[in-house]
Each structure stands twice: as C-alpha cells, then as structure tokens.
Design a protein around this ligand. Sequence first.
Ligand SMILES: Nc1ncnc2c1ncn2[C@@H]1O[C@H](COP(=O)(O)OP(=O)(O)O)[C@@H](O)[C@H]1O
Ligand SMILES: [Mg+2]
Length: 287
Amino acid sequence: MSSILGPDQAEGLRKIFNKSTTRIIAVTSGKGGVGKSNFALNLGICIANISEPKKKVVIIDADLGLANIHILLATIPKYNLYHVIKGQKTMSEIIYKTDYGIDLISSASGVTLMANMKEEERNNLIEGLKHITYADFIIIDTSAGISNNVLSFVTAAQETIVITTPEPTAVADAYGIIKAIVTESENANIKLVLNRVKNPSEANAISKKIIEICQQFLNVKIENYGFIYDDPIIPSAVRAQIPFVKLAPNSKASLHIDHIARRILNMEVNQNESAWDRLIKVFLKNS
Ligand SMILES: Nc1ncnc2c1ncn2[C@@H]1O[C@H](COP(=O)(O)OP(=O)(O)O)[C@@H](O)[C@H]1O
Ligand SMILES: [Mg+2]
C-alpha cells in the first residue's frame, strides 16, 4: 500500500511536536461505533484526576463532520474547529473548560467542509495544536477508518491507541487501520485496547492474536494496554450525558479505564483496589 500523506507532510507533522513536553495520544479504530469517543473522554478524565499534581488534559474531538464528545458532556461549546478552519477563531480561543477537570476542543457535526478538508486546511489545524502548550496530555478522538484526516492526526501524535471490540469484523478493520498507520509512519507507536469484552480470557486471546499477526505480517510491535468489559453502565451514562467514570466510578468499565490511565502515567496498578477505595484515599488525603 502506498503512503497517502506526502513524505514532507508526514515529516512536518512529526516535527511540530518534537520539542514539546505535551504528550499527544490519538485514539482511533478501523470500524466505527467500537467505543472510541467514550474511551477518549473517560480516559482523559481519569488521567486528569488520578495524579498529584493534577495533569492538564485537552480532548480534541477530531471526528470531523460527525463530532459528538460535547453530547457525551451535555454541552454546546459556542465555537469549534470549524471556526478555526474558517479563520474566525484561533485554536486557543475555542478551548472549552468542562466541569470534569478537562478541556475540550469540539468539532462541528454534519459539516462536509470538516470531513473533506483540503491538505492545507488540515495542516493548519494540526499546526494549531502546538499552541496548546499548557496541556500535559492532548487526547485526539479521531473518526473511524482510513482517511487523510485520521492519518494526519495519528502522525502528529506520539502514540496511537487502536480500539476494537472482539467482533471479527472490528478485529479485521483494526488490522486494516494498523497496516495503514504503519505504512504512513515507520516508527509508529501503537497500543491496543479491546473494548466490550465478556471476560479477561476473551480479551487476552484476541489481543494476543492481533499482536502476533501484526508482528508477523507488518513487522510491528504493538503493546497491549488492556481491555474494558461490555458494561451496561456505558449506554446508561451516554443517555444521562455524564461520563461513566463520574456516573459510576466503581463500575467494571471505570475500574479498567483507570488501569489503562495508570499504565499511561506509569503508575502502579493495584488489581485488588477498587476505584472507590482509591477515591476514599484521595478524599482522606485532601480532608
Ligand atoms: N464497554 C462498553 N460496554 C457497553 N457499551 C459500550 C461500551 N463502549 C461503548 N459502548 C456503546 O457503544 C456506543 C458507541 O460508542 P462510541 O464511543 O460513540 O463509539 P465510536 O466513537 O467508536 O463511534 C455508545 O453509545 C456506547 O453506549
Ligand atoms: Mg466517536
């Protein structure tokens, strides 16, 4: 497969963030609807809140054209990336402070201009990210599938988390997007998260298979970041428009996303300690 970003463009995107201390994580998938937006948002909230001093996290809704993170938060930011592309606002001016300790850069929904940006518009948008210097973490929620938009954001990020569910179609599409990322960027740093799993053995078997196939056919080493159970709290939280880690911090889904956040922060993961136990500890520490 040939590269769809020019070599200069890919190199330019990588250089943008080389000197920055901001850690940029792209969240992507081959198949749509596998849980990227819920994962990106709740992971961001965990990362922002579990370490002392607290980390500054900015979530970017880069599902350009079908943006929905603001809906998961029941907010309607006045300005979004559309205004940046139109030259009406700067990136810093559209940052929206949420009630959950994270900032959001939202996008526009149903706008074809966003979904079909020209190369120059896309580069300007990604260049704009370097002005978010206050962030310790920028988490980019991309759209599903292989497109220039997705590959540009992935190339600008230092690491990419590929999400899949155990469904064979989602797994096949995860392989497809990993192949596209590897083609684009030789040193791609790819992590894997299995979402909506029934039990740990299902997650382990499928992760192992994906990692082995990628090693064998693409010669790329992928790290397993873990899994999240299929948990009815997530659809409930979506309906309530409250992030699930806040609505149900002790749920299985919250516990596992907390583990992944700790892995990202290089913090110790205590498998026996519940999210609730930890909240009590934090409360006691701060009281
Ligand atoms: N671990 C999970 N358990 C149960 N339902 C989930 C889980 N993750 C996601 N979902 C459901 O899947 C739907 C799609 O999730 P979303 O985060 O919007 O996916 P994407 O951003 O990949 O399109 C959500 O409405 C949510 O209810
Ligand atoms: Mg989404």
